[in-house]
Design a protein around this ligand. Structure first.
Ligand code: SF4
Length: 424
């Protein structure tokens, strides 16, 4: 089996080759003093390496290729970034490469120095069709190693989510209140309606909603901006439309959202976007500053109470503006509130921690996850089938990050579990 370039980097980085009596293709003795560190940007693969070649110490960069001739295929001969390459490490030395002074670049061929079973194990991992490719051997890796991996993955997940929050903050010129509003609205779309909910909040400045201590005005502005009120016979909808017309003119509100963008199909009536918007209106109306609530809550009960507020009485027997239905759940349940905390509140706290360089808030975000039950979804069930312990939301978030960023993309060479499995 011939490795790809990423595997060749791994072989070099972790010295998965026989290091005895290394020689260049021209017979000069090689002694590696420093492997260099992996360069994740453009340019040679490893930087700041030190190599003794025929007892002369060279310091510089190392470039790796599956075949030496790829040097020309990648046009390195005309790229000044490659002028300080001290060693060309290749799987197969199919061609001698020369530098700009026509001197041969010292080349090390690894083909005969790598254990075949190592390559076969890697190939089996890559060809496995299970959702988690190391499915068959995951159990053989010790639990401590999995715990350490999950701790790192949790931090990685919080950083990824915080980056998204900071992007929204940037779009909102540093306004944390509007940012929290946009993210909460997105979260309340619960996947299917996340995008129109996010746009609804983005196109409806929170400051206008907060100016009115009036639930009817808040509902009117949100439903009107959502494109949900036009031409309805329902008296409550007509009342909201009249109210919206007033606020729209006063605040010069604009919206690009069309009714057809909202998804109702395949949703339980209680999850219709109409109910979610009504709930969002009540959260704004009752809580005022969502951002401070999310950041400075005293305990989980206080936070959940702020999120699980029953909407206007109309919605107790309506799921949209046309049908009078049986009595509905007053608001979303504990599982949905937990999801909002995991996907909205925790990322905001983590982002604030990074933005203000205050690690205490990152600890608060992690403590919050540790106190919540784990998510139960397709990904966490994959892991549970492998007996991975997932007993709180910190672990379920780490498990989701693991699957999405490593297993699903087959990025096993960046995973500590693969290091163990390939080494066995
Ligand atoms: S990324 Fe890690 S846990 Fe996932 S399949 Fe590869 S080796 Fe296994």
């Amino acid at each position: 089996m011939q490795p790809n370039e990423r595997l060749l980097q791994y072989i070099w980085q972790y010295q998965k080759f026989d290091p005895a009596n290394l020689q260049t293709t021209q017979g000069q003795a090689i002694y590696i003093q420093q492997l260099g560190y992996l360069n994740t940007n453009a340019g040679p693969d490893f930087l700041e390496a030190k190599v003794l070649i025929s007892n002369v110490l060279w310091a510089g960069q190392i470039e790796l290729h599956v075949q030496a001739s790829h040097w020309h295929a990648h046009a390195h001969e005309s790229n000044p970034a490659y002028q300080n390459v001290i060693l060309h490490v290749v799987w197969e030395a199919d061609k001698q490469i020369f530098d700009s002074n026509h001197n041969p670049i010292p080349t090390l061929e690894l083909k005969s120095r790598v254990d075949a079973t190592f390559l076969i194990r890697y190939q089996q991992l890559m060809e496995n069709k299970q959702p988690i490719p190391c499915y068959n051997s995951f159990d053989t890796v010790n639990s401590f190693q999995k715990i350490v991996a999950m701790e790192q993955l949790l931090i990685q997940r919080l950083q990824h989510k915080a980056e998204y929050v900071l992007q929204i903050l940037d779009k909102n010129n540093g306004d944390w209140e509007q940012t929290a509003f946009v993210l909460l609205a997105r979260g309340m779309g619960f996947g299917l309606n996340a995008l129109p909910m996010e746009r609804l909040a983005a196109e409806t400045p929170l400051k206008h909603l907060l100016k009115n201590d009036n639930l009817l005005a808040t509902e009117a502005m949100l439903f009107g901006q959502a494109g949900m009120l036009g031409g309805l016979p329902d008296p409550y909808a007509r009342q909201l439309q009249a109210e919206y017309n007033f606020w729209k003119a006063k605040y010069q509100l604009n919206s690009s959202i069309q009714y057809f963008e909202w998804k109702f199909m395949r949703l339980r009536p209680n999850n219709f976007p109409t109910k979610r918007i009504a709930e969002l209106a009540q959260l704004i109306h009752k809580n005022g500053s969502l951002f401070s609530k999310f950041l400075f809550f005293e305990n989980n009960s206080e936070l959940k109470a702020a999120l699980q507020l029953p909407p206007h009485a109309y919605w107790q027997n309506h799921v949209n503006f046309s049908e009078n239905t049986q009595k509905q759940n007053v608001t979303f349940g504990a599982d949905s509130a937990n999801l909002l905390i995991i996907n909205v509140v925790v990322p905001i706290i983590a982002a604030y921690s990074i933005y203000k360089a205050q690690p205490d808030f990152m600890d608060k975000a992690i403590d919050l996850l540790l106190s919540l039950p784990p998510e139960n979804n397709r990904i966490t069930r994959f892991w549970k089938n492998l007996n991975l312990e997932i007993s709180n939301a910190a672990q379920s978030q780490a498990a989701i990050e693991w699957y999405n960023n490593l297993c699903m993309k087959k990025q096993c060479l960046s995973c500590s579990i693969a290091h163990s499995l390939l080494a066995k």
